[in-house]
Design a protein around this ligand. Sequence first.
Ligand code: NAD
Ligand code: UFG
Length: 345
Amino acid sequence: MTKPKIITTGGAGYIGSHTAVALQEAGFEVVLMDNLVNSSADVIHRIGRITGKEPLLELVDLCDEQATKNCFSKHSDAVGIIHFAALKAVGESVAQPTRYYRNNLVSMLHVLEAMHQHNIPNLIFSSSATVYGQPDVLPVTEQTPLQPAASPYGQTKQMNEVMIRDAVFAGELKRAISLRYFNPVGAHPTAIIGELPLGIPNNLMPFITQTAIGIRKELAVFGGDYDTIDGTAVRDYIHVMDLAEAHLGALQYQLNGSQSESYDVINLGTGLGSTVLEVIQSFEKVTGINLNYRIVDRRPGDVAAIYANVDKAARVLHWHTQRDLDEMTRSAWAWEKYARETLGL
Ligand code: NAD
Ligand code: UFG
């Protein structure tokens, strides 16, 4: 029997590679469309080592209209698309707004046009908790009003959501779900795939693991004077494998006809907030390493605290997170060691 085909744009990246594993293990055929601007082709071999089958990688820049059309024509039998492809560094987006608007908006447009042309019915989109800004009430539900975006990156996520919603309401696209991720961290339990940011990491977890392995001298903890239990900022960290499994749940929700709203929005987090110091304490506990860190000034643009209400994900996707903060820090560290010591990355 042929396996249902899923296209993952940006599928060679961090979240896409973990989702490819979950999709293949659930019996889907996965086609990755990626231009490798922030990833590397060898990930397909590593996905193959985990699952026993390498997914097909189509090298395509989704901003190239003709190349995108050609690629979708080859795979017009896909039953769904998961659109991960985007540039995602908040600070870089402030410095290079036109590059971010071009990449994240034009690629989205081409994906929507291709889906319309080939009647591919199901879209899942990687949105972000950044669309909420600093909400007045915590935890945030999907009904929490969106705040003006704090960066061009955040702006592209808000605009992408609107583009998808309008395409669905006009009937150009049958159904879509925007998944608003909170803070994805951690790695596959084999440590064969994980997050490998280029250059100096912006995000907390890779900065912690790179400091522990000696690539960075010291972790700067941005802000010790927030109104939180220990003065450091609160986020909802979610294990990337839980996130990958949520994509599977969302896809099954679409494919089995349960999606009642043609356009839907779902938060993906654990529902728990952790401070920066709690993440450091978890890392030190599971690894036995004393991390070199220092509390410095707040980082401009950071919110004090945000975490998700995840009742909707539980209700409609029948999905619950399985992995706790210690599992996140443990797997992130295992991947950092494997990537440096075994893969030589
Ligand atoms: P990533 O950079 O590892 O993966 C994104 C992939 O998209 C990369 O492989 C990159 O090469 C590809 N890509 C970018 N532009 C492309 C283009 N024009 N054509 C083809 N491929 C292109 O990032 P990730 O962490 O896996 O994030 C996946 C998605 O989730 C992104 O949309 C991101 O904005 C969103 N997201 C991520 C986080 C996070 O903290 N990681 C949080 C919220 C939302
Ligand atoms: N932090 C530090 N030191 C660092 C890096 C981060 O103290 O070196 C702190 C930050 O100040 C923040 C917390 O750790 O309080 C988490 O910061 P991240 O940069 O890891 O994550 P953010 O919450 O700022 O942003 C992330 C993604 C965005 C996404 C957002 C919401 O980077 O793309 O989650 O989903 F939009």
